[in-house]
Design a protein around this ligand. Structure first.
Ligand code: MN
Ligand code: MN
Length: 464
């Protein structure tokens, strides 16, 4: 007869910390993987930079730009760059697309501050940029943080100039100032989300005027003169620009044991990189493997580069056409992991989590059956069959995973691209890395969970 412990072992679900299960060889592979991921995160400070670096890495591994109608055979590798802001990569499988594709869909846009079209102004003899925040940020976190500026400006003559400043040693950075505590008595009484209003997120960019004291706006003009010299732009050019203010600097290991990585934009570059490394390493996929970096997830997956865009149908439809397959048949038989981060349980804020259903640091990739808010509102809610399929796949292949629910039922909520994939008649489940301080200028993840998300994507591309 089984002892009580054996019975518990057999019948009860008892998740274990990943470090109690990880072999020394796996730990070594994990650390090597995380170094590559850190390089990706440092390069990919914006969605455009993620796409740029992705193309660079993909071409080294034999991926070719996809051209409509190009002949493709099993094993061929192609990518489709969606306007420099999103990208889809495919490794053609040995099976027809009529049997479906295995898809990983992550996003590489992250919360940030975009410059307004009329950004430049001066006040009290200092020059500033006005910003419009992009995505769900907690405004109070963005003051007194070193900032960099990235993006593209379309000049009056139609030419483009890229701007990257504030990341390299020796380059100037930017800052949004906060009130001194000595005068913060009234501000200190306000709720967190009101103390720093969005319209006060103005970026300090200079104070050196042009020499002529009689010229109006000479502080603003002083900055504009420098920008004109460096980038050949005038003030009107800001109107046709996408300039993004992001936290400056590189990610870093955290902890004496270096078990964490802290940096800007883990959401969702940590899953995007897991997909990318997964599709690079996937061996002989039977089904066509598709890796997506989507844009605009943080504002609802809208727009031509977001996951709601038909850019995805355009690419997949073309691949199908090449095989004489109806895109609808392909979608109906496809499997998609919406690879996006989830909230990690944080004991400092214990009351917003349901501890029994929260994702924990170092327990592996977090599977989210559903996201949404207020009673699964806006969630795609993966079926038992879909969760079961992924669970079995991960268990069969030694990938550490856990279930993850984003906080207590009525504490808030969130969404991902999952529902837009499911709307296409694709079986979809959310899964990704648990994150601490999500959407903050620096987010924190555990290396073990990053590595397990990579292992999941690899096995999904190879076997799902
Ligand atoms: Mn996300
Ligand atoms: Mn997010």
């Amino acid at each position: 007869m089984a002892t009580k412990n054996e019975l518990a072992e057999k019948l009860l679900y008892q998740p274990k910390n990943g470090y109690d299960r990880l072999s020394a060889a796996e730990e070594q592979a994990m650390n090597a993987y995380c170094e590559d991921y850190k390089a990706f995160l440092d390069r990919g400070k914006t969605e455009r930079l993620c796409v740029e670096y992705c193309v660079e890495l993909a071409e080294k591994r034999g991926f070719k730009p996809y051209a409509a109608g190009m002949p493709l055979k099993a094993g061929d590798k192609v990518y489709c760059n969606n306007r420099g802001k999103g990208i889809m990569l495919a490794v053609i499988g040995t099976e027809s697309l009529a049997h479906g594709a295995n898809i990983g869909a992550a996003h590489t846009d992250s919360p940030r501050l975009d410059l307004k079209p009329r950004a430049l102004y001066e006040d009290a003899e200092m020059a500033y940029f006005k910003t419009h925040h992009y995505g769900g940020i907690r405004k109070y976190q963005w003051v007194t943080v070193p900032l960099a500026l990235h993006g593209v400006v379309m000049r009056a003559d139609g030419s483009a100039v890229t701007v990257h400043i504030g990341e390299e040693a020796g380059e100037p950075q930017f800052i949004i100032n906060d009130l001194l505590p000595h005068l913060g008595r009234e501000q200190g009484k306000k709720p967190l989300n009101e103390a720093i209003p969005s319209e006060s997120l103005n970026v300090l960019i200079g104070s050196r005027p042009i020499a002529d004291e009689d010229v109006k706006n000479r502080f603003k003009l002083g900055v504009m003169q420098l920008l004109n010299e460096k980038y050949g732009i005038t003030e009107e050019d800001f109107i046709s620009a996408e300039l993004e203010v992001v936290p400056a600097g590189k990610c870093s290991d955290v902890g004496f044991d270096r078990s964490f990585i802290s940096g800007y934009g883990h959401d969702d570059r940590v899953c995007a990189y897991a997909e990318l490394a997964g599709i690079f390493d996937a061996e002989h996929p039977k089904k066509t493997a598709v890796c997506i970096f989507a844009d605009k997830e943080e504002i609802g997956s809208e727009g031509v580069s977001g996951m709601q865009s038909e850019a995805f149908e355009w690419f997949m439809g073309d691949l199908c056409k090449g095989q004489g397959v109806d895109l609808r048949d392909c979608f109906a038989h496809s499997f998609c992991v919406s690879a996006d981060v989830t909230a990690a349980y944080d004991p400092n804020f214990a009351d917003v989590y349901d501890k029994k259903n929260a994702a924990f640091i170092n327990y592996g990739v977090g599977l989210c059956k559903y996201t949404g808010s207020g009673g699964k509102g806006g969630a795609s809610d993966a079926s038992a069959e879909v969760v079961g399929k992924l669970r079995k796949l991960l268990n069969d292949n030694g990938v550490f995973w856990q279930m993850a629910e984003l906080g207590k039922t009525d504490a808030g909520g969130g969404g991902t691209v999952a529902k837009y994939m499911a709307q296409r008649n694709i079986d979809t489940i959310d899964a990704g890395v648990p994150v601490l301080s999500m959407h903050a200028p620096r987010e924190t993840v555990a290396k073990l969970d990053c590595y397990m998300t990579y292992k999941m994507m690899k096995v999904v591309f190879e076997q799902a």
